[in-house]
Design a protein around this ligand. Structure first.
Ligand code: ZN
Ligand code: ZN
Length: 151
């Protein structure tokens, strides 16, 4: 019984770290858990994360050029990765959920999806604006819709 209680506490600690962090990698979860629970080993944290993913309690997110990340937001959503700071943001698009949950396209039965957009997050775009607001407004006049070309 003592073992089961310890397991529950370990799971709680890992889950709390997940909710506090923003799409963390397993290593980031471990670093966060470790500060409050120094006795929790890296192996245990990784094992608990694997169990959560298997149970469907967290979503494993695989993005380009990044280690696997863990997401406690289970509602279907896409991700945006900031080109400047690397932050991963949730993007909720209209129609995305209904497609992700089971559309059939050209005979292909969709049962899940991983969509990654690239761009600049709110914080970084504000920072750029603050840095040289006048410059940017001049650039915008000259360059028009350049920022949308990647899509
Ligand atoms: Zn950013
Ligand atoms: Zn997410």
């Amino acid at each position: 019984m003592a073992g089961a209680t310890r397991n529950t506490k370990q799971k709680q600690a890992v889950y709390e770290a997940l909710t506090r962090l923003d799409h963390p990698t397993a290593t980031q979860v471990y670093a966060c858990v470790h500060t409050e629970h120094p006795t929790l080993s890296r192996g245990t944290v990784f094992r608990v994360l694997g169990a959560f993913a298997a149970e469907g309690r967290v979503r494993r997110v695989t993005l380009a050029d990044s280690d696997t990340r863990y997401d406690h937001t289970l509602a279907p959503h896409a991700h945006g990765r900031c080109r400047v700071c690397g932050r991963v943001c949730d993007i909720f698009l209209p129609d995305y959920a209904s497609i992700a949950r089971g559309a059939i396209c050209g005979g292909f039965h969709i049962d899940g999806c991983e969509v990654e957009f690239t761009g600049v997050c709110g914080t970084c775009s504000k920072g750029q604006m603050r840095g040289s607001a006048e410059e940017i407004s001049k650039e915008k006049e000259n360059e028009g819709t350049q920022g949308h070309q990647d899509v």
